[in-house]
Design a protein around this ligand. Structure first.
Ligand SMILES: Cc1cc2nc3c(=O)[nH]c(=O)nc-3n(C[C@H](O)[C@H](O)[C@H](O)COP(=O)(O)OP(=O)(O)OC[C@H]3O[C@@H](n4cnc5c(N)ncnc54)[C@H](O)[C@@H]3O)c2cc1C
Length: 373
């Protein structure tokens, strides 16, 4: 018999922004939810993030549409739920080089959020050289304080730190350490999944953020090959992502980040480094978020064979691992995706709502089955 103190409707494993938002929506829906992490709140990529909320540019494809829907949702969500940790300073997005400038011209007709074209007079704090190809200004863009947001959202949620498993099923419940729940959500970011799910491969891209103290007047955030936040109370965040195998040391990368930031915003030349953050952004190869119920791969292979083309994600014929869910694959936009994807995951768990095929975890099951492995 399970002690009621340790019994929940849902355990969310992983307290990054994915787990925090999913737990928040589950709690709102009336679930008794436990948020568990092997280290603590925002111990993974989410604690390192610059946490900029910026729209995606593109030619109107699905990834752009979904990202920008999540972006609009996230702006409202943080403004309402964590206003003291939400900084809506606007954002200037500049091309990295001439080829990128040509892409910007092609992207313009597809921009589906409020924007203006950038002029040098409006942004005198940016080096004129960086402005030579113009760019876009997004007045609604923002950034958040990750810790402030997470602490606010988990305020009414039960948490347990220092627990990572094993994760197992016992008497029809999921068990994590001494805790039991009907449902289990895997929100473990770039870490290895705590059980074998052969059709899901999550990769990681390393990134760094440096917080500096500066009195430079920087009224808006800037994105080019790196990001420089607006100056809030004398602090500026500088961030960048790196390729998977960057041979440079962390000191070399951080130094380069500062050099590049000063090139972009000359007023930063007298900055002082306050803190360096680093982490792995979890991503999947199609760059869409990964949300929904997990399939039983072996049972699916036996039942569905090579999965006919007519079979779509979320089809009721897909055999499931009962009450097991995932929220992951947020890439470099975890704080953009977190609120909306957490809501979609919670609706799946509470109401068994069908998940959009483009983000459903089933897309990877069907791809794998169709490869015949
Ligand atoms: C330097 C940097 C800058 C970034 N900048 C931005 C930005 O400007 N805007 C933006 O939107 N996004 C940004 N990102 C991306 C964003 O941080 C990620 O997309 C997001 O944090 C992913 O959240 P997550 O919850 O999926 O993963 P994580 O935050 O990594 O959380 C996963 C959690 O799971 C825990 N865990 C793992 N395995 C287990 C286990 N077996 N048991 C228990 N717990 C476990 C980990 O301890 C961790 O706390 C940035 C990332 C980095 C690294």
């Amino acid at each position: 018999m399970t002690n009621n103190r340790f019994l929940f409707d849902t355990i969310v494993l992983g307290a990054g922004i994915a787990g925090v938002c999913t737990a928040w929506w589950l709690k709102k829906a009336g679930h008794r939810v436990l948020l568990v992490d092997k280290k603590g709140l925002l111990a993974g990529a989410s604690g390192a993030a610059g946490a900029f909320l910026s729209p995606r540019l593109g030619k109107g494809g699905d990834l752009q549409k979904i990202t920008n829907e999540a972006y609009r949702f996230a702006l409202d969500f943080y403004a309402q739920k964590a206003p003291e940790s939400f900084f809506q300073k606007g954002l200037v997005r500049l091309p990295k080089d001439e080829a990128d400038a040509k892409r910007f011209i092609a992207y313009e007709p597809f921009i589906d959020v409020p924007f203006q074209k950038v002029t040098a007079e409006e942004f005198p704090h940016i080096d004129p050289e960086a402005l030579r190809w113009g760019g876009f200004y997004f007045p609604d863009a923002a950034f958040v304080d990750p810790t402030g947001v997470a602490e606010t959202l988990v305020r009414d949620i039960e948490t347990a730190w220092g627990i990572e498993g094993p994760v197992r099923q016992t008497e029809g419940l999921w068990a994590v350490g001494k805790y039991r729940a009907k449902n289990l959500v895997l929100a473990t970011g770039a870490a290895q999944l705590p059980m074998a799910i052969p059709y899901i491969q999550i990769g990681g891209v390393w990134g760094e953020r440096v917080d500096v103290r500066s009195d430079a007047a920087i009224p808006v955030t800037l994105h080019q090959k790196l990001s420089v936040s607006a100056n809030v109370d004398g602090f500026v965040r500088i961030g960048a992502t790196h390729v998977r195998h960057d041979p440079r040391s962390e000191i070399e990368r951080v130094n380069q980040l500062i050099v590049d930031a000063v090139k972009l915003v000359p007023g930063l030349k007298d900055q002082q480094i306050v803190r360096i953050f680093a982490g792995h952004r979890a991503s999947v190869n199609d760059h869409f978020p990964l949300v929904g119920a997990m399939a039983d791969y072996e049972a699916a292979k036996a039942k569905l064979g090579c999965a006919p083309k007519s079979l779509k994600p979320e089809d009721p014929a897909i055999p499931r691992i009962e009450n097991l869910y995932i929220v992951n694959g947020f890439g470099g936009r975890g704080f953009v995706f977190g609120p909306l994807m957490g809501k979609i995951a919670a609706e799946k768990i509470v109401h068994d709502t069908s998940v959009d095929a483009r983000i459903s975890a089933d897309r990877y099951l069907l791809r794998r089955l169709r490869k015949g492995r």
